[in-house]
Structures are given as C-alpha cells and as structure tokens.
Design a protein around this ligand. Structure first.
Ligand code: R5P
Length: 297
C-alpha cells in the first residue's frame, strides 16, 4: 500500500503508513498565480492500493479540489484501489434543503468523490451518518467521541452527566454515556436559518452540583458550546468539560468557550492546528482508524 498525503492531512497519515509498513509520499502541490490548484504524484501508483489522507480544513474548497485531482489521477495511473481517509469532511452540515433553493452540499461532495474514482471512504464523526448514503462506494464512519469522553473522565468526574447541546447530537451523547456508564440528556437549540443566530433553551435537566460533559461533532464559532455552557453553569453545574470531534475554532471561538466556564475541550486530531492552546487537549485517533482500515484491505 502507498499512503499519499495532501496539505490538509493532520498527522494521522504517519501512524497509518507505519502500521501498514506503507510508503508515505507527499503529493506535490502548488497554486498557480491565478489561484488554480496544481498537484503531482511523485511515485508510481500503477497496480497499487493507494490510501489518500486529506482533511477538508482549512480552506475547505482548496482541500477538496486537491483531493479530487489526486483521486482521479491515481485511478488514471492504474491504482488498483483508492481509499480516501477524510478525518474532517466539510460541507456535512448542509445535509438538507433548509430553505427552498438551497443545495444538499454534502451530497454533491460525496458524489464528486465517487465519480473521481474513490472506492472507499473513511470519515470521522460526520455531522449526520445518513449522509454517507450519497457516496457510491463503501463508506465507513469512525467515532472519536468515546475516546474523547474517556480521556475527559480520566481526570475524574463527579456524578457526571453527558449533555448534547441540541437534539441532533443526542445519539452521540447516548453512545458516549453508554460507554462511560453515565446519564445523558440534551438541550433545545434553534438556529435562525437566515442570520445563523442560535438560541438554546434551558431544558429541565438536573445538573446541579454535577460535572457535565458536553458532546458535539463540530465547534465552529463556539456559539453553541458557549451558550450551552453558560446555561449549564447557571443551573448549578460544578464543572463543564467538552468533547468535540472537530475543533475548527473560528476567530475567537476558543476564548468565547473558555470564558463561558468550560474547563477543557477534548478534541480529535482531525484537522491541522497552527498552534497549541492551553485548554484544548488533542487526542490522537489513529488507534480507531487503523483497525477499520485493516478490515478494508
Ligand atoms: C450543528 O448542528 C453542529 O452539530 C454544531 O453544534 C455546530 O456546527 C457548532 O457551530 P458553532 O460552534 O458555530 O455554534
């Protein structure tokens, strides 16, 4: 097997290549003066199983084009199988037409990947698992949240409860709570589809004097977690911790979350980070990816 790494690869590619004794090759890439993307695969892939690792952030669109060009080139050059590992797959939140005339973006992305020639797709905590039906080949989803939840618990939690900040994250909370043998619940979130503004309603949830672990798939602006945390704190929670698979942390999201009373954010290494942050604990999830990859091969 050959592991090809693209600019969004977050480090997981190193452990994957090591685990399979595979050759790790960086795909050459540049941007032309007019903004177009160029790639070149500097190794022979003819007859090889090729695993491409690329996360789609930051910049989603650029990372997507690099990936599509690489997938199709591998197939053109005779790769016997193309496996794409996309630890963070962008556009997954636009999984339906919330308003008339909108696209189902994730459907377009997954169809494009399939038509470029990707045979198998491996993603981590996609916003909705059901979206994977749009990928024409075999698609596997791995969850990082159980591992993140366990890490949060290692430091000791008193009378813990796992909370989803909205109904959409309830299944995730349920799964983590089952593993941690704790209670779980959810809060009620409403998003204005035009302005993007969110409101979270303090539901009847018993958090008084307890340690709360908020579970979510993505932290973008931090609005969801910060609002949830403030409410939980106002209801008397002792500590608030967060386990979120993909911490995009746009602009001042980190400060926003920490100032809302969150003690620590546990997140997976699904995207590249420019710098370390004191209360952001990054957990390597290669151990979840490798066994799944073994099953595919
Ligand atoms: C939405 O349903 C997602 O699961 C996240 O809760 C959301 O994307 C987080 O966004 P933000 O950090 O901007 O509130």
């Amino acid at each position: 097997m050959i592991v090809l790494t693209l600019p969004g690869a977050p480090g997981i590619e190193l452990s994957v290549a090591k685990a399979f004794g595979a050759k790790l090759v960086e795909v050459e890439h540049k941007t032309f003066p007019d903004g177009e993307t160029y790639i070149r695969i500097p190794t022979d892939v003819n007859g090889e199983v090729v695993t491409i690792v690329q996360s789609m952030f930051p910049n989603q669109d650029k990372r997507l084009v690099e990936l599509l060009l690489t997938v199709e080139t591998c197939k053109d050059l005779g790769a016997s199988k193309v496996i794409t590992i996309i630890p963070y797959i962008a556009y997954s939140r636009q999984d339906k037409r919330f308003r008339d005339g909108e696209p189902i973006s994730i459907k377009t992305i997954l169809k494009l990947l399939g038509s470029a020639g990707a045979d198998t797709l491996l993603v981590v905590d996609i916003h909705k698992s059901e979206s994977l039906q749009y990928f024409p080949g075999k698609a596997i989803e791995i969850t990082s949240l159980v591992l993140l939840g366990k890490k949060a618990c290692e430091k000791g939690m008193e009378n813990p409860i796992v909370l989803a900040p909205d109904l959409g994250a309830l299944k995730r909370a349920q799964r983590v709570a089952k593993e941690l043998k704790t209670e779980y619940d959810y809060m009620e979130k409403f998003r204005d589809r035009v302005t993007g503004e969110i409101t979270i309603k303090p539901k009847e949830v018993d958090v008084s004097g307890r340690d709360v672990l908020i579970i979510d798939d993505i932290i973008s602006t931090g609005g969801t977690i910060a609002k949830a945390s403030r409410i939980i704190k106002s209801l008397g929670a002792r500590r608030v911790l967060v386990a979120a698979a993909h911490s995009l942390l746009i602009n001042n999201a980190y400060e926003r979350i920490i100032s809302s009373g969150v003690e620590c954010i546990y997140t997976a290494n699904t995207i590249k980070r420019a710098k370390a942050l004191p209360k952001l604990e990054i957990i390597d999830i290669s151990s979840e990816i490798i066994p799944n990859l073994k099953q595919i091969l």
